[in-house]
Design a protein around this ligand. Structure first.
Ligand SMILES: [Zn+2]
Ligand SMILES: [Zn+2]
Length: 350
């Protein structure tokens, strides 16, 4: 058995932009929980949202360990845990449903109103250890590099759910992705793995588009351009059936809606409070559909893990930078300044 220290290093938020990397107690796994030695976390815009307290006052929790996109190794089992062993590598979902409500009962625990979120409403994984429900720790083959695979916990799982369940991607589909950041690149990669024939990536940063091209996407730099959908329509012969907004602007959502052909589907996974104007006749007349997607229900995590184990995710395209836990604030600032292509990963020291 691995000896577990009493204290650990963690990035703790004490108030808006008040982050301290400090020593805290190592959590003790309760019944049905496992203690996970965290290997790494992907850095997500949501982390910065919490760091800057750009959330309603009643949602703010202090002190709070941030981080919700993690992979690690099980080092201790709580009472009654079955199906996992010490030494297992696991992927950690960011959101945990209550397990009792109608949403959880229907499998949509991502929509549970009483859910808890790592690094949001409960302590997250910018820490050496974290205790989580064993039934939601998803075992991965040791061949999967946890230092990279951590980004599958959110970026890959979110786009997997959106494409597979919400948009109903079919083999041979064409997919346009607006925004080729961490989420957008993951969307392109997942779409390719789910059988998309043609991929299009739209962004204003050439560095991001270069990465998208490595995944086989035709790219458009939309800087200073309007009506990108016209350009896309010209490029695609039989029209683009699926489009995703991975940025979160009213304008890109409208572009995505105008891009898709008859029978087209639009997925919104970028967050915005913008209002959007869409031609209502296109819902009926062209049978277009638009829908949002929030995270990923845990029932899909075994499929996400399979995708990782099969080598379907090109992490070297998705991840461009690694930071140490001590430099997490620098990573937040770099992300805010638009200096990170794709995802950055925060390494946890041991
Ligand atoms: Zn996230
Ligand atoms: Zn629930």
């Amino acid at each position: 058995m691995q000896s577990i220290p009493e204290k650990m290093k963690a990035a703790v938020l004490h108030g808006p932009k008040e982050l301290k990397v400090q020593e805290v107690d190592v959590p003790v796994p309760g019944p049905g929980e496992v203690l996970v030695e965290v290997a790494a976390n992907g850095l997500c815009h949501t982390d910065v949202t919490y760091y800057e307290a750009k959330i309603p006052e009643k949602m703010r929790v202090y002190p709070l360990i941030l981080g919700h996109e993690a992979a690690g190794k099980v080092v201790k089992l709580g009472d009654g845990v079955e199906g996992l062993r010490e030494g297992d590598n696991v992927l950690l979902p960011p959101v945990y449903g209550c397990g009792e409500c109608a949403m959880c009962g229907s499998g949509l625990d991502n929509l549970c109103r009483s859910s808890s979120m790592l690094g949001g409403s409960r302590d997250g994984a910018y820490a050496q250890y974290i205790s989580i429900p064993a039934k939601h720790a998803y075992r991965m083959d040791p061949s999967v590099d946890m230092m990279k695979a951590c980004v599958a916990a959110d970026a890959v799982s979110t786009t997997y759910y959106a494409l597979k369940e919400r948009l109903g991607i079919m083999p041979g589909d064409s997919v346009a992705v607006f925004g080729a950041g961490g989420l957008g690149l993951a969307a392109l990669n997942v779409a390719r793995e789910l059988g998309a024939q043609r991929l299009y990536a739209i962004d204003i940063r050439d560095e991001s588009l270069e990465q998208a091209a490595k995944l086989g996407a035709v790219t458009i730099n939309s800087q200073g351009k309007e009506k990108i959908f016209k350009e896309l329509k010209k490029m695609s012969e039989d029209g683009i059936r699926l489009a995703m907004d991975c940025v979160g602007y009213g304008s890109t959502i409208a572009e995505a809606f105008n891009t898709v052909c008859t029978g087209g589907e639009v997925g919104v996974i970028g967050f915005t409070m913008d209002k959007v104007e869409l031609r209502a006749g296109n819902f009926m007349g062209l049978q277009k559909r638009i829908g949002g997607s929030w995270g990923c229900p845990t029932y899909l995590f075994p499929e996400v893990v399979k995708l990782l184990e099969g080598g379907g995710i090109d992490f070297d395209v998705l991840i461009s930078k690694y930071y140490e836990l001590d430099d997490v604030e620098q990573a937040f600032n770099d992300l805010e300044a638009g200096q990170i292509v794709g995802r950055a990963v925060i390494r946890i020291p041991h």
